[in-house]
Ligand binder design. Structure first.
Ligand code: NI
Length: 227
């Protein structure tokens, strides 16, 4: 499932991130693509060792850790330190599937990519093109969100970024190994959790049905989580 998360960062916060990113030392992105993706990737990236990438990545992870909607949707086990890319002058990334297993930078740990995340740091009016096109069971969905918004989508999906023909598209992107590997099970848990949150507005917290549904949520999570 494709899940948008709005207002991860305010416009002021995005402006200050962009101020630092616009002055950064951008590098050719194709150097870091896997062998399959190299011939379709034409963009710029920040070096993972760039202190700015580390600082902004930390800021993103701190924010996500305090966002109930993100936790509910992703059920994160491990999160890859956020990376940053920029598309301009026709920059594009052709259809590809993200690598399934990744080495966590500076660590012997690996991460299985269950979910991919893109956090938009450019306003949609500031560039033409640059849609994130994701293939799913109901066809192709084109995603181009407000600055500060983020989308989560299954890493197993075929996706692409269409050419940016005007302006610049700056984003942060990263991967999540979820406690619940199956997209279908994770989606059920997300829907159940959101419904319980919705009911909480009209049911007393100690209402027996509220307690029972909350119990079902946790017992399904206990059954499906691999930790
Ligand atoms: Ni990708």
């Amino acid at each position: 499932m494709l899940i948008p998360i709005e207002n991860v960062f305010s416009q002021d916060e995005v402006r200050s991130m962009r101020h630092r990113l616009d002055a950064a030392a951008w590098q050719d992105g194709s150097a870091t693509a896997g062998t399959l993706a190299r011939h379709v990737k034409r963009n710029q990236q920040l070096d993972d060792r760039d202190p700015l990438a580390g600082a902004l990545g930390e800021q993103i992870l701190r924010r996500l850790g305090a966002l109930p909607l993100f936790i509910s949707a992703a059920l994160p086990g491990k999160i890859y330190p956020p990376k940053f890319n920029r598309y301009r002058d026709g920059g594009t990334y052709g259809a590809h599937v993200d690598s399934a297993v990744m080495q966590m930078p500076g660590s012997a740990q690996t991460l299985r990519s269950d979910l991919s995340a893109t956090l938009f740091l450019s306003a949609p009016d500031d560039y033409d093109g640059g849609e994130l096109e994701i293939e799913g069971p109901f066809g192709v969905q084109a995603v181009k969100l407000a600055a500060g918004d983020m989308v989560l989508y299954p890493s197993s999906s075929l996706h692409r970024v269409t050419p940016v023909t005007r302006g610049a598209r700056v984003c942060a992107f990263f991967w999540i190994e979820s406690l619940v590997r199956s997209d279908g099970q994770r989606t059920l848990l997300f829907d159940l959790d959101q419904a319980i949150q919705g009911l909480a507005a009209s049911l007393a917290p100690d209402h027996p049905d509220h307690l029972k549904l909350t119990g079902v949520y946790h017992n399904l999570l206990r059954r499906w989580a691999d930790t």
